[in-house]
Each structure stands twice: as structure tokens, then as C-alpha cells.
Design a protein around this ligand. Structure first.
Ligand code: ADP
Ligand code: UDP
Length: 239
């Protein structure tokens, strides 16, 4: 990629295209944790996340959930619709893990009776605090109708992903989504859906096949992501 990026985040870079409504999203090999405190370059991670995300967006589109994904341009690049991102990370949880396990003082792995949806206000200075939808409304970041639509969409995404991943022997413990508005005002799922942003546990062994390997030094990350992609591709081949 020759031109300067419009934006370079912790793991991806965005580039302009000739069409102001479309961007190129490049998945890099950078891995970060603890809001950038820990950093590494893991050769092959970008390509694996781009491939896994493309499969996941394809599932959502096939089930009528609108996303920003327009196609793959090369192994690390997606063409996406340019969105005005809502400053919120939407986390859906099926089992206790990570920050919620700590917050509730319970061991990781406990199944939740119903999926839990949480909102985190994206603000680096505040450290992305967990907030209520109503707080985002109070801040003027979303209206109440959008809060409801995001919540319903995130639960629908959860049903689709959990079912498809389950068929590949993967337990969808939790994941994060980001939403944005297209120029026409349509609410779309943006960003990425990958083992960087979702906890995926092997259903048979409980082995973690996601970014917790890096966050917690549980073993090599790239072979685990490759295993996830291989399983999704095997599952696809048997459809
Ligand atoms: P971060 O910004 O947290 O370091 P990334 O490295 O993943 O994260 O950068 C990707 C950035 O692109 C994020 O800020 C995300 O909100 C933004 N983004 C995702 N999808 C789109 C889109 N379709 N249009 C515009 N921005 C997007
Ligand atoms: N997550 C993410 N980006 C973030 C925070 C969380 O993609 O900035 C994902 C994370 O991978 C997990 C889910 O959201 O799948 C819930 O994360 P949690 O709140 O438990 O935070 P963590 O334990 O990762 O700090």
C-alpha cells in the first residue's frame, strides 16, 4: 500500500479509494494488549484475521445483517463502506470471561442463562468505560432508537456467529462489534470479527484459540488463528 493511510490504528490501517464512500482496510500483523502497553508483530496474523473476518461478514450478509464488507482486495485488505463510526464497542457475552469474570468475582467459563450485551464508550482518555445506552444518549452520541437497534442487531449477530462457529467445534464465549452509519444513514456492522475481537474456545478441549493467548502468554497465537480459519473452511466445504 503506497499512499499514506487516512488512519492507522493499533491493528488496522484505513486508506482512501477513488470513491469517497469506500475505504480499504488493511489488517496488519501488529498485536497489542492493555491499550497498547504490550506490543508485538506476529507474522501472518493480519492475513488470518482478514480471512476469518471475511468469512464472518459473509455469514452475516447471507442472513440479512447489513455490514460494511464489500470484498477482499488482497490477502490482508478488505474493501469496506466508509462509515461514520458510533463511538461505542458493543460486547456480547455467552459465557463469563475476561473483565466480566473479574467484575463479578466468578471463574471464567460459566454459561450465562441469556446473552449479555454491554456498551463501552470509546474514549481513550477515559479508558473506554462501560456505560449504559442511556449514557450514550445523554452524551449525544446515539439516540434511543439507535441504542435499541444496535442491541437487537448485536444479539442477532451473536445467534448467527455462535451457530456457525459451533458447527466448527468453536465455542463463542464473547465478542466485540462496532457499528457505524453509512452516508445514507444505514446502520452497518463495521470493523472486524476475528479471534482478536472474539473469545473462541475449542469445544472439545477448552483450549483458547483467540487473542487471550497473547494477552496472557498462553502459547503461540498464529497457529491457533490458522486452526480457526482451517475449521471454518472445512465447515464451509461440507455445506
Ligand atoms: P483502534 O482504532 O482501536 O486502534 P484498529 O487498529 O482496529 O483499532 O483501527 C480500525 C479503526 O477503523 C477503528 O477506529 C474503527 O472504529 C474504524 N473503522 C472500522 N470500520 C470502519 C469503517 N467502515 N469506516 C470508517 N472507520 C472504520
Ligand atoms: N474486546 C475487543 N476490544 C476491546 C475490548 C474487548 O475486541 O477493546 C473483546 C475481547 O476480545 C473479548 C470481548 O470483547 O472477546 C470482551 O472483552 P472483556 O471486556 O472481557 O475485556 P478483556 O478481558 O479483553 O480486557
Amino acid at each position: 500500500m503506497e499512499a499514506a493511510p487516512l488512519y492507522a490504528g493499533k491493528a488496522k490501517s484505513l486508506y482512501p479509494t477513488d470513491d469517497p464512500d469506500q475505504l480499504l482496510m488493511v489488517y496488519r500483523d501488529d498485536a497489542t494488549a492493555g491499550n497498547g502497553a504490550k506490543h508485538a508483530r506476529l507474522a501472518g496474523k493480519g492475513e488470518l484475521n482478514a480471512a476469518i473476518s471475511a468469512v464472518a461478514f459473509g455469514w452475516l450478509e447471507a442472513e440479512g445483517i447489513p455490514t460494511h464488507f464489500l470484498g477482499r482486495v488482497d490477502p490482508v485488505t478488505h474493501r469496506v463502506q466508509a462509515l461514520r463510526m458510533l463511538p461505542v464497542e458493543v460486547v456480547v457475552r455467552n459465557r463469563l470471561a475476561g473483565s466480566l469474570a473479574s467484575r463479578l468475582g466468578q471463574p471464567e467459563g460459566m454459561a450465562l442463562p441469556e446473552p449479555v450485551v454491554e456498551f463501552y464508550y470509546k474514549d481513550d482518555a477515559l479508558g473506554d468505560p462501560m456505560v449504559l445506552g442511556e449514557h450514550l444518549v445523554a452524551l449525544g452520541k446515539m439516540d434511543l432508537d439507535q441504542v435499541g437497534r444496535v442491541r437487537a442487531s448485536a444479539l442477532a449477530v451473536n445467534r448467527i456467529l455462535a451457530a456457525r462457529l459451533g458447527r466448527a467445534g468453536l465455542e463463542l464465549v464473547d465478542f466485540k462489534l462496532e457499528y457505524g452509519l453509512s452516508r445514507g444513514g444505514e446502520l452497518l456492522v463495521g470493523d472486524e470479527i476475528s479471534p482478536d475481537t472474539a473469545r473462541l474456545w475449542d469445544r472439545a478441549t477448552g483450549e483458547r484459540l483467540d487473542k487471550d493467548r497473547f494477552r496472557r502468554d498462553l502459547g503461540e497465537l498464529v497457529p491457533a488463528y490458522r486452526e480457526v480459519l482451517d475449521r471454518l473452511e472445512r465447515d464451509h466445504a461440507t455445506l
